[in-house]
Design a protein around this ligand. Sequence first.
Ligand code: NDP
Length: 450
Amino acid sequence: MSNFDFDLFVIGGGSGGVRAARMAAAQGVKVGLAEEFRYGGTCVIRGCVPKKLLSYAADFSHVFDDAEGFGWSVGPRTFDWSKLIATKNKEIDRLEGIYGKLLGGAGVQTFDGRAVLTGANSVSVCGKELTAERILVATGGWPTKPDVPGADLAWTSNEALETPELPQRIAVYGGGYIAVEFASIFNGCGAETSLIYRGDKVLRGFDEDVRSFVTDEMAKKGMNMMLFETIEAITKQADGSLLMKLGSGCTQEVDAVMFATGRAPNTSDLGLDVAGVEIDRKGAIKVDEFSQTTQPSIYSVGDVTDRMALTPVAIHEAMAFLDTVYNGKPRGMDYADIPTAVFCHPNVSTVGYSEEQAREKFGEIDVYKSDFRAMKFTLTDNQERSFMKLIVDKASDKVVGAHMVGVYSAEIMQGVGIAIKAGATKAQFDSTVGIHPTSAEEFVTMRTPV
Ligand code: NDP
């Protein structure tokens, strides 16, 4: 019998925290969990899920025109942003309820409040001092804004997901995942959208061909791609609109600005120093490969550790933590070949190495590319194109990278990810029979390296 109130106390009810809490409780561990806001965390409440719902809404914008090419007569259409936000909120409420039920059903005792570490084995929450043999910190991250005059006038993704009205003109600042996804949402839903980015093409870190292709396709969809540009100041005008002073010396008037300039780990005022938990220069909790912090009784998973800010990664880290601590199978998370998708329009998906990374890692590589107009658009005026790319290590013949921009790319890449994770060779890709006619079959029919 432990002398602690709990065997495990989890701080944070997001993807990583909830998974660890409910799976541990299900196997008999006495678990407490504190959440200061809403159960579900970034992914469910203000990230992946609401973003994807809005992204679906935006993607419908071209479907009505496309349908006419296939014989449909589509009448007048209108779009109601406030209705979308209301139905989105209802769905988020539903999902939050499921998260709560999962925790309750597993026997986790929940505390609706902010928990602060008060020692290596104690937390203070809801006016109570509680002890736990182990503590798991899974507090996630939060959007950051650069120090620009008037930055307080700009939204982050948090406000963008809640705004009851669609601005007529919006500027999205940044060129990462969140910037391109939200620019695509606003553009698809009918706002005049500018994407302002300091670099030459969006999605730094992705394959260079993918970056060029998606930057061009976003421009084709009507987004004003303002590259090599920065926002220097924002001021509010008498009519309520915002005036941006830009690095190029120009000014631009918009109705809203959204900053998507990165996220920071949620580590302030958590009592980490009191508990002996070290953080790095970016404020992320330092962990070893088993997600153990510098205080042995305290572990940490998810965005707050700044390893790879993806929901499925936080969940895998939580499962590895459970195996390590409660199942006698110490293991770290395997970060190799994690597939990921960016839900801009068109969608981008990727697994493994970019051409540039592969060249550096393997030296001799073969590169296969395909650029085509998806069959779905052939009877329409939609000029969207798709792009696919495979990177092969010449010495082993292994496919070490796959990339796609285009329709269904996120859905397609999951399967390709399994092949790459399993170490499939190009010869095995070639011997796989394609599903015809699909875009996906291109991945097994590219024969001539470029
Ligand atoms: P990112 O780090 O991906 O992008 C930040 C962007 O802001 C970059 O383009 C960066 O430019 C730019 N930037 C940073 N600082 C400044 C500054 N001071 N002035 C001007 N521009 C600046 O962050 P996000 O917030 O977009 O996303 C965070 C993470 O969340 C992602 O990395 C991803 O892991 C996760 N995520 C995943 C999603 C998915 O799976 N679909 C969706 C959304 C988020 P530069 O490139 O030049 O550095």
